[in-house]
Design a protein around this ligand. Sequence first.
Ligand SMILES: *[C@@H]1O[C@H](CO)[C@@H](O)[C@H](O)[C@H]1NC(C)=O
Ligand SMILES: *[C@@H]1O[C@H](CO)[C@@H](O)[C@H](O)[C@H]1NC(C)=O
Length: 332
Amino acid sequence: MMSSEVFVPGWLQQLLVVLLRFALSCAAPVNLTNGMECGARGPASYILVFTGHWSPQTFPKQYPLFRPPAQWSKLMAVIHNEQYQLWQEGASASDGMKSFAEQGLTVDLVKDAKEARKRRTVGSMYRTAGIPSGIGHSSTELLLTPRTPLLSLIVKVIPSPDWFVGVDSLNLCEGGKWKQEVTFDLHPFDAGTDSGFTFSSPNFPTTPPENITMITSQKPNHPANSFYYPRLTELPPLATIWVKRQGAVRQQNRLSNHILPDTTKLNRFSETPLDCEVSMWSSWGLCLRPCSRGGLRHRTRYILLKPANSGTPCPELEEQEECTPHNCLAYQ
Ligand SMILES: *[C@@H]1O[C@H](CO)[C@@H](O)[C@H](O)[C@H]1NC(C)=O
Ligand SMILES: *[C@@H]1O[C@H](CO)[C@@H](O)[C@H](O)[C@H]1NC(C)=O
């Protein structure tokens, strides 16, 4: 409908659209462009609250305490229609997503979104400040229009190779009405561009890049992975988002603490038991003691991962067995 007819002045185009809208709103509901467009009359204002639940109790394994401690990047949210995609599970990450997931940079994503805004597939975009710890809130207001009823957002897990949490094309309009409130649990995703296994892995580019995949308690299936908890069927949510529609009156639109979700919700996740992990046994040491008494030799192993939250305790770290000293064999 809004294709680039260069010779129609903008004001005339807008007037025509307004007249068309008016005519249509008087008639029975008709699909304006396609089935995806929201049938709501006007725009809607929302408050978006992002809450991090990344605590050492729920995620004890390799929980980053120093340089840098566990934290969240700035949140980037884009309001768009179905012709734009910020990210998608199973698809490859754009260059903008790669630099966001690896370094928390938004420059390229903002550039892409501005281009998309010219094509009218993006309505608006928002950024919030980062959160300097694993647990905490950040929030922003959102303005959605019937043309752009979808919300996508991303927040980088810091530190991490290329991991993020996010929402892909959440439709806030349903059955011709704006939704009042939506809560969504967020789980970690791997952007597929860096092969690091742990929060603090050094940079290790994946070539060729893989597609975006969800990280679960069992996948990637490797004990070294920071989110690998073979005892859990699924990971507790790493974060949640809460999107609430604001009333028509928007005078007091400053965020204050009392509108934040109940903070007791922050603690609704139980502790995750972490089992002890030990290394392989070392090779046997020398067989010692005089020949007359028979020899003894030792081997050791060490702790790879300390148990936490009532996980399985560590097994013996040292073992000994009887042996025949070499020098005794030589003189028999
Ligand atoms: C609008 O589109 C949807 C999905 O494409 C379709 O099911 C519905 O019948 C359409 N409504 C009208 C009034 O054409
Ligand atoms: C990766 O994503 C691209 C599109 O982004 C798709 O064409 C391709 O089939 C995907 N590959 C796999 C293995 O899923």
